[in-house]
Design a protein around this ligand. Structure first.
Ligand SMILES: [Fe+2]
Length: 274
C-alpha cells in the first residue's frame, strides 16, 4: 500500500484566486495496480478533492499490461479531473508504435501532454503557468553506458526547450528527473514536481535515500520537499517499483496545496509535510 503525503507551498507570487489550489501528483507507477482496476488509488485521489492531476512520468513502462493499465487509470481520472502529464524515461523507452499509440490515446481522452509546452490555468481573474519538460534520453545518466556520459542539463538548455520563463506568472514545472533541479530553479520555476528517484530505493534513517536509478549514492533530491532561493521542488518517492525492491521506503501519493503568502519573504516560508 501507498501512503498519502501532503505539502503546502506558500508564495507571494501566487495569485490569490489560487490560494488553496490542490494538485495530486502521481509519479513512477510503473504499471502497478492498487485493486483490480486501481480503485484503491482512485478512491484515495477522490478523498483529496484535487483541482488538477499532474503526472510526472514512468507511470507506464515496458512491463506486460502497464500501458493498458495506465490508459484505464487515466480514463477514470479524466471523468472527474483535468490531467496534465510529462513522459519519463521508461515511457520514452517504449517502442515507437507503442509510445505513439499511448500518446494518441491519452490525448484523445483529454490528458494534456506537456512536451516542452506551457498551458495557462485560469481561476477567476488569476492565472498561473503550467510547463512540462521533455528531456532527451541523454540526460538520464546511466552507468552501463546506454546513454551519454557526462551530460548536464543547464539553464540555457531549459531556455532552449521551454523558452524564456514568463516571470509575470507563477510557474509550475513538471519534470521527471530532479537531478537538474538547480537549472529548473534558476530558469525560474516557482514549483517543480518530479519523480524518477523512487525515494533512493532504500531509506537509511538520518541519511535519506541510498541509491538513484543512475546508481549515484545518496542523491541530493531523493524525495520530499526542497526549498531553495524562495522556490520549491517536490520529489515524489513514486507509486510503484522498477527494481522490485523498496526498504523503509513506502510508495506514496503526493498532494500539493498552493498557498498565497501574504507575509514578508523568508528562506522557507509556510511549508509543511503531513
Ligand atoms: Fe524514471
Amino acid at each position: 500500500m501507498f501512503k498519502t503525503v501532503r505539502y503546502e507551498i506558500a508564495s507571494s507570487r501566487l495569485p490569490e484566486e489560487f490560494d488553496g489550489f490542490r494538485i495530486v501528483h502521481l509519479s513512477d507507477l510503473h504499471g502497478k495496480r492498487y485493486g483490480k482496476r486501481n480503485e484503491i488509488l482512485i478512491e484515495a485521489i477522490d478523498r483529496e478533492n484535487p483541482d488538477l492531476i499532474a503526472m510526472t512520468g514512468d507511470m507506464a513502462d515496458t512491463s506486460r499490461g502497464a500501458v493498458s493499465r495506465l490508459l484505464e487509470l487515466c480514463r477514470n481520472l479524466r471523468r472527474r479531473y483535468p490531467v496534465y502529464a510529462v513522459m519519463g524515461n521508461h515511457e520514452q523507452a517504449l517502442k515507437w508504435p507503442v509510445q505513439s499509440g499511448l500518446r494518441k490515446r491519452l490525448e484523445k481522452m483529454g490528458v494534456v501532454l506537456l512536451d516542452n509546452t506551457c498551458r495557462q490555468l485560469r481561476w477567476g481573474q488569476g492565472c498561473i503557468n503550467l510547463y512540462g519538460l521533455a528531456t532527451p534520453m541523454v540526460y538520464y545518466k546511466e552507468l552501463l553506458g546506454e546513454y551519454e556520459r557526462g551530460a548536464h542539463f543547464s539553464v540555457n538548455d531549459a531556455k532552449k526547450l521551454l523558452g524564456e520563463m514568463d516571470s509575470a506568472h507563477f510557474a509550475v514545472l513538471l519534470a521527471h528527473n530532479p537531478l537538474y533541479y538547480p537549472s529548473y530553479r534558476d530558469w525560474g520555476a516557482d514549483l517543480t514536481l518530479s519523480g524518477h528517484i523512487h525515494g533512493g530505493i532504500i531509506r537509511i534513517p538520518g541519511k535519506g535515500g541510498l541509491l538513484s536509478p543512475d546508481l549515484t549514492f545518496f542523491p541530493k533530491y531523493d524525495g520530499g520537499l526542497f526549498a531553495e532561493k524562495g522556490k520549491y521542488l517536490v520529489v515524489s518517492r513514486g507509486l510503484g517499483n522498477h527494481f522490485l525492491l523498496r526498504i523503509r521506503n513506502p510508495e506514496e501519493l503526493v498532494v500539493v496545496t498552493l498557498r498565497r503568502q501574504v507575509t514578508g519573504p523568508s528562506e522557507n516560508p509556510g511549508c509543511f509535510c503531513g
